[in-house]
Design a protein around this ligand. Structure first.
Ligand SMILES: *Cc1c(COP(=O)(O)O)cnc(C)c1O
Length: 419
């Protein structure tokens, strides 16, 4: 190492081909010099580059990988002004919720719907708009935590509603709800929360939506995962077997729920957002609550969701990347893996991920590379896209179900360079 440090500016200029703005390079150069380690600038700049949000190849076999943005869904380009709150029919001010809400109401077979930032927002808004200062009846088996920061009892507290716990951890019957409602009087609604990411097995009993709808209270079902219709009319091959038992918005509403809430980036396969769908008087209350403004999505999200909704209405599951990857046949995946001249073609188990369907695996095909090559792949071999692989028992696996076929050549090139 040189004894005398270079000037901050000269050092920063030495990395100007990186495409990083000069003032960020200056900051890194200053830090490198302060630590007496200015030769590390290139490595520092690479670390900075890798910290930016960028496309990656998901080769993990986790279809909805929470760390990789769950569903992969392209955000449409929008360098234009839009009629987000302008009614082109009459020239008056419009609502950003009306048109998209109508599309999702149609898809859920219900009266009305609205969009917020995610499913957590949907639950918070519903609780705040319908139950602040009042009780919400929930089974003790459904006081769940999802992804670390969504915890049902905390959401309730935040909304100003209070928890009326019903039944036991393993068994909750409709009479338990009736007793709890009589004992507390001021119960505003019943909330059924889908056990998305865990299962209770053994001596268990759950109350169905149908049974709960007899309670004479607004019934809200947080189904979480965002499956629209259990018969999957957008798939020419019908519903895959592994979806069995997953609650769907349309059937949950048909069974008597007054509202459902769900995420848009889980089984719906879209951008991060949340939907509230069901009875229009209840949606109206949600729309009027001040949180509706706090939790409203921007036009990029709405344009993107609108495109997704139209593909569902066209019954074009093949144009929804999540469903396309979920439905690849093993022989198609094998052909793709065999075409890449590296590693060993092997059977694998993909998983839905994203906190959905906790015990489900989907048979898949991948490539096995000896040893742990995950770090090199993650760094993007020869300037290619970062590839996120799975490491198991010291070997590296790339699952072709979650790799976009458009990226196969890129993966082939990376593996060739990896040697
Ligand atoms: C995933 C999930 C949530 C949280 O959804 P986000 O969109 O991640 O905020 C809430 N409830 C249930 C049942 C879920 O499965």
């Amino acid at each position: 190492m040189e004894k005398k440090p270079p000037s901050v500016n000269d050092l920063a200029l030495s990395m100007q081909n990186s495409g990083i703005p000069h003032e960020l390079l200056v900051k890194e150069a200053r830090l490198a010099i302060a630590e007496g380690d200015w030769e590390s600038l290139e490595e520092r700049v690479e670390r900075l580059q890798r910290s930016f949000i960028q496309p990656v190849v998901n080769a993990t076999g986790v279809l909805l990988h929470t760390n990789l943005g769950r569903a992969s869904w392209g955000i449409p380009q929008s360098h234009f002004s839009s009629n987000i709150e302008f009614n082109l029919n009459d020239g008056n001010r419009g609502s950003r919720q009306t048109s998209i809400g109508n599309l999702f109401a149609q898809l859920c077979g219900t009266e009305s719907a609205m969009v917020v930032n995610n499913c957590s927002s949907a639950v918070l808004l519903v609780l705040s708009a319908l139950a602040t200062g009042q009780g919400v009846a929930i089974s003790r088996s459904e006081l769940v935590e999802i992804g670390g920061s969504f915890r049902v009892p905390e959401m309730l507290e935040l909304s100003g509603a209070y928890l009326v716990e019903v039944g036991t951890t393993n068994k909750t019957r409709v009479v338990d709800y009736q007793k709890a409602i009589e004992a507390h009087r001021n119960v505003a609604m019943a909330l059924k929360v889908h056990q998305s990411n865990y299962k209770i097995v053994g001596f268990t009993e759950e109350t169905t939506v149908e049974e709960l709808s007899s309670l004479n209270l607004p019934l809200v079902a947080d189904i979480g995962s965002g499956l629209l219709d259990s018969s999957c009319p957008w798939l020419s091959t019908g519903a895959p077997k592994w979806l069995a038992g997953e609650p769907a918005a349309k059937q949950t509403l048909q069974s008597g729920a007054d509202l459902v809430t769900f995420s848009c980036d889980k089984l719906l396969g879209g951008p991060q957002a949340g939907i509230i769908a069901g009875k229009s008087d209840l949606i109206e209350k949600c729309l009027r609550h001040p949180f509706a403004r706090v939790l409203r999505p921007g036009s990029h999200t709405l344009v993107s969701l609108q495109e997704l909704a139209l593909r569902y209405l066209h019954r074009d599951g093949d144009k929804i990347p999540f469903w396309r990857m979920a439905c690849f046949r093993e022989d198609e995946l094998r052909l793709r893996a065999e075409k890449i001249n590296a590693g060993e073609v092997t059977t694998m188990d993909s998983v839905p991920g994203g906190g959905t369907l906790p015990t489900v695996v989907i048979p898949s095909i991948g490539l096995k590379l000896p040893g742990d090559r995950s770090k090199e792949l993650r760094r993007g071999v020869n300037g290619g896209l970062p590839i996120i692989a799975r490491v198991q028992d010291g070997d590296t696996y790339l699952d072709f179900r979650t790799i976009n076929p458009d990226h196969d050549e890129l993966v082939a090139a990376a593996l060739e360079n990896l040697g």
